[in-house]
Design a protein. Structure first.
Lengths: 358, 283
């Protein structure tokens, strides 16, 4: 990251009129996306991530706030005069045009000389591995190929930033994983800023340099994938990214008494919400050493998932119905440590408890 | 048996077509080659000169019909496309109401609708009579019995058949495809020309087909809104058949008209690139 801003949003608000009522889709988002960055907007459907992206593309005008591209205010500039291109969710390829004409569309609109169009479209089709299919129509192609046409159609214009709206949503799992690596490779190759909208946290974690987790029209956390996963800023982020266990209560002297045991939260007192990831927890029958966090419970469910076993454990003072999920790596043999109904101790290192908001 | 089921299910339809399309057509083809009169009866003489005679007698009316049908079709296209576009892209939640309003006049019979235009446009009727009384129009002003009245009537009567297929085609255009064009530096006008218009061509093709053919053959508008110099081929066929009882001439004219329209449609389809049109329609 060079530190130069590719895209800046300044306190952007988008309001809609829906059945006579004003609905805020985006409630004040400020973002600064750096040149060359792979930036993801991650959140559940209806969180405002797509609206945010459409304001960057120019399809929506913000009700309030500013959109800047490379330091220039483009808030009121129409999409055809913005130097960003978009890959649409369902690709939105031109059905009446061949692959070649789809990819050449932007260059033709910009009145690029014919020989340059020929050269750049040819090069681009090579990058996305579609050479030899120039004359095909979009509907004669598989989803993965259409996806690559959409990518080529946008990238061939060498935009200052590429916006991708859930571009892999329609592909099956294997293809999606292959395309994730492919996208990352292409992004490195062309060095263009990518803004990636997705509701798939795995996708966002895999590819992004930074992620903005959005919920209900606001950015809940903006950080790199590791930070987001290890140190979620809010309970929403903790719950949305991966599986996480939430333990709440009043801590005293750096210890939270819960589940017939204790959770070590050094330096914290008073009401806390602690998250701990399932893969950090060890399941066993012995009471753990005092330098570890340890809670007691009963195994309610064991699910064999191939690479790991997943346990649902009811905490011992289960009156509040707290269920802890534990992932146990399937490293040695396929047998589970504990079975349904077993009384167990769950333990983890103090550093793996993360107090939300700290 | 299972493999035959679809054919058996289609049988009533094929029977219907056979009885009510193929048989009458064959009968008419036969009549068009006969000679005789209504009193002594007609006999098959393979008189192909019926065609030549009919054509040379009524070529003016035939050409006029094609001209009127063509003018009306162009007018319908110019009026209908924007209406269809507006309903498809700007209609919002009231789309179906607009479509209903479009079809509302069809609850009144075709002839009655045309007669009410006659009433409206009459030289001293409620519209022009009043305007003449106020001195806003010269005494001699008239619209009835002109080309304008007939073409106008045709345009009015067949307009929904132009709008509906275009609307259906436009309705199927994914708005995101239009956005994609704009995202790729196309102005609104360019996005329309390069994307929306080509994608709506199947609808235009169907609309032209559904309006040009009946408008060209229509006898009602020329009869009610036109004068003696606006007679169309439909009127001639009607007169030959019902008044003069000259069935061979009427049949020969009908077939000639049909042939001309078929050739016209074929040329039109070629010019528009049917393959493209059908391909787009298949989407």
């Amino acid at each position: 990251m060079t530190g130069l801003s590719a895209i800046e949003l300044e306190d952007v608000v988008k309001e809609y009129l829906s059945h006579g009522e004003v609905v805020q889709a985006v409630k004040g988002v400020t973002l600064d996306i750096a040149e060359g960055e792979f930036f993801s907007l991650l959140g559940p459907s209806g969180c405002g991530k797509t609206t945010t992206m459409r304001m960057v593309a120019g399809f929506e005008q913000p009700t309030k706030g500013l959109v800047k591209l490379h330091g220039q205010d483009v808030t009121n500039v129409p999409p055809n005069r913005r130097d960003v291109n978009m890959v649409f969710q369902s690709y939105a390829l031109f059905p009446h045009m061949s692959v070649w004409d789809n990819v050449a569309f932007g260059l033709k609109q910009k009145r690029t000389p014919a020989d340059e169009i020929r050269r750049r479209v040819g090069e681009m089709l090579e990058i996305v591995d579609l050479t030899g299919r120039e004359r095909r129509r979009p509907r004669e192609m598989s989803g993965g190929q259409q996806q690559r046409v959409a990518l080529a159609r946008a990238l061939v214009n060498r935009p200052r930033a590429l916006l991708l709206d859930e571009p892999l949503g329609a592909l099956d799992l294997k293809l999606r994983q292959a395309m994730q690596i492919e996208l990352k490779r292409i992004q490195r190759e062309v060095g263009i800023t990518f803004v990636y909208v997705t509701h798939d946290q795995g996708e966002a974690l895999t590819m992004s340099d930074r992620i903005a987790v959005m919920n209900d029209g606001l950015v809940e956390q903006l950080a790199d994938p590791r930070e987001i996963y290890e140190r979620p800023a809010t309970a929403f982020v903790a719950g949305f990214i991966g599986t996480s266990n939430l333990l709440t209560g009043a801590a005293a002297g750096g210890v939270l008494k819960v589940g017939g045991g204790r959770v070590l939260v050094p330096g914290h007192d008073g009401d806390v919400t602690v998250t701990v990831r399932p893969e950090k927890i060890t399941i066993g029958t012995e009471e753990p050493a005092p330098e570890l966090s340890g809670v007691r419970g009963t195994v309610a469910e064991v699910v064999y998932l191939g690479t790991y076993n997943s346990y649902a454990v009811n905490l011992a003072d289960g009156a509040d119905g707290t269920v802890i999920t534990v992932f146990e790596q399937n490293a040695h043999d396929a047998t589970a440590t504990a079975e349904r109904g077993d009384s167990v101790w769950l333990s983890w290192q103090a550093q793996h408890s993360y107090v939300i908001g700290s | 048996m299972r493999r035959l089921t679809p054919y058996l299910l289609a049988l009533p339809g094929w029977m219907w077509l056979a009885i009510f399309l193929v048989v009458p057509m064959a009968a008419m083809a036969s009549v068009s080659l006969q000679t005789g009169n209504a009193i002594d009866g007609f006999a098959m003489t393979f008189s192909f000169s019926n065609y030549g005679d009919a054509l040379s007698t009524y070529s003016t009316q035939l050409l006029r019909s094609l001209l009127y049908g063509g003018l009306a079709t162009v007018a319908m296209l110019l009026i209908g496309y924007p209406v269809a576009y507006w309903i498809a892209f700007r209609g919002g939640r009231r789309k179906s109401m607009y479509l209903f309003l479009l079809l509302l006049p069809f609850f009144v019979s075709f002839v009655l609708r045309t007669i009410s235009w006659n009433f409206l446009l009459a030289d001293n009727g409620i519209l022009f009579g009043t305007l003449k009384d106020w001195g806003l129009l010269p005494e001699g002003f008239h619209v009835l019995a002109t080309t304008f009245a007939v073409v106008g009537g045709l345009t009015y009567n067949f307009l929904p058949f132009m709008i509906l297929p275009i609307y259906v085609a436009l309705e199927r255009v994914d708005p995101r495809v239009v956005e994609a064009a704009q995202d790729l530096y196309a102005t609104r006008a360019a996005a329309f020309r390069r994307v929306v218009l080509p994608l709506s061509l199947p609808g235009v093709f169907a609309g032209v087909l559904m309006t040009f053919v009946p408008a060209t053959a229509d006898p009602v508008n020329a009869q009610i809104l036109g004068g003696t110099s606006n007679t169309m081929i439909g009127n001639i066929i009607q007169t030959e058949y019902l008044t003069n009882l000259d069935y061979p001439t009427a049949s020969a004219l009908s077939f000639t008209l049909m042939a001309i329209l078929l050739v016209g449609i074929f040329v039109y389809a070629k010019a528009l690139g049917t393959e493209n049109v059908l391909e787009a329609a298949a989407r």
